[in-house]
Design a protein around this ligand. Structure first.
Ligand SMILES: [Zn+2]
Length: 323
């Protein structure tokens, strides 16, 4: 792919990037091969942690992230993963980066203490920022599939390290677990001064987006692409200027969109909805934000003016202080 179709001076950052989905496949493979990991020596390791093809469901896609995260069983692995994630973003020319991860997901996959993982990740980011000039903020992810009690415990860990985060997110099994179970968590996070976002409209339809808006009142919505199925919802999002964090390649890979050319993005823009083009899981989907912007023009068919508007709205919607 070429970036020649993009305006020369277009600058952008990523608001929706999972650290667990940003682990370089080569790094995960190195971890696996030097430890007692079940996939050590796998002849095609990269396909166990990433895809270039559409998968039947979101859960099939998340299974690859499970594998990548499960290789990083030492605390220092997460320092390196965070360093490399920031390095990848800086080398891709990003102006800023919001990275999200679930400390309890890391514990679940590796047995590491969540507090130690958070501190290692913070250290890795700081080390990268000594080398690359890029503002980075962390978002703590609560997972629907862990249920509200575990999520409350996880939020407690995040709030205990409040200064290391800029926001929280709700992710995981959208189709299987309702968001209203997490409304008190979002209230507590807001009380602590954290910004909020929540995944919806990716693995379920517009009702799911409405539920998140009603019960969690997030500042932004992760994906939200299936909002196009409800005109009233599109109007609501546009009027309230609630930005959707849209990730083209991830949406195709998880079957949230059938293809680039059939992606919901043009309909969202025509309705006046603010969109922050994002990568979601750049390693899992073997992409980068510059590739996503390029795909928005070459594969989705957006105009130069439209991608400029996306970059502007994305900057406005950032939880980082970019002034
Ligand atoms: Zn996501």
């Amino acid at each position: 792919m070429t970036t020649s179709t993009l305006p020369k001076n277009l600058r952008y950052g990523d608001l929706h990037r999972h650290l667990e989905g940003a682990i370089r496949p080569a790094t995960a493979e190195e971890f696996a091969n030097t430890r007692q990991h079940p996939l050590a020596g796998h002849p095609d390791f990269a396909t166990t942690v990433s895809t270039t093809e559409q998968l039947p469901t979101l859960m099939d896609y998340l299974a690859k992230i499970d594998v990548a995260a499960s290789t990083a069983t030492e605390v220092e692995d997460w320092e390196r993963i965070a360093f490399e994630a920031v390095e990848d973003a800086a080398l891709d020319g990003l102006t800023h980066l919001e990275l999200r991860f679930s400390p309890f997901f890391i514990r679940d996959r590796t047995g590491l203490a969540p507090e130690a993982a958070i501190d290692a990740i913070t250290d890795g980011i700081k080390r990268a920022q000594r080398q690359y000039t890029i503002p980075v903020g962390l978002i703590g992810v609560l997972l629907r599939n862990f249920g509200p009690a575990i999520a409350e415990e996880e939020l407690g860990v995040i709030l205990h390290r409040r200064e290391q985060f800029i926001g929280i997110d709700l992710a995981g099994d959208e189709a299987g677990v309702a968001p209203d179970l997490f409304s008190s968590h979002f209230d507590s996070a807001r009380d602590a001064g954290l910004r909020t976002t929540a995944h919806a409209g990716e693995a379920a339809g517009p009702r799911s987006v409405w539920n998140v808006l009603e019960h969690l009142q997030p500042d932004r919505v992760g994906h939200g692409v299936r909002s196009v199925e409800d005109e009233h919802l599109l109007d609501f999002l546009a009027i309230r200027e609630i930005a959707l964090e849209v990730a083209l390649t991830s949406n195709v890979h998880t079957s949230a969109a059938s293809s680039y050319s059939q992606h919901q993005l043009p309909t969202l823009l025509e309705a006046g909805v603010h969109v922050a083009l994002s990568t979601d899981d750049p390693a899992t989907s073997r992409t980068s934000l510059s590739r996503e912007y390029d795909a928005a023009v070459t594969s989705v068919g957006l105009t130069e003016a439209q991608v400029r508007t996306i970059a502007e709205h994305s900057k406005l919607a950032s939880f980082l202080d970019l002034s």
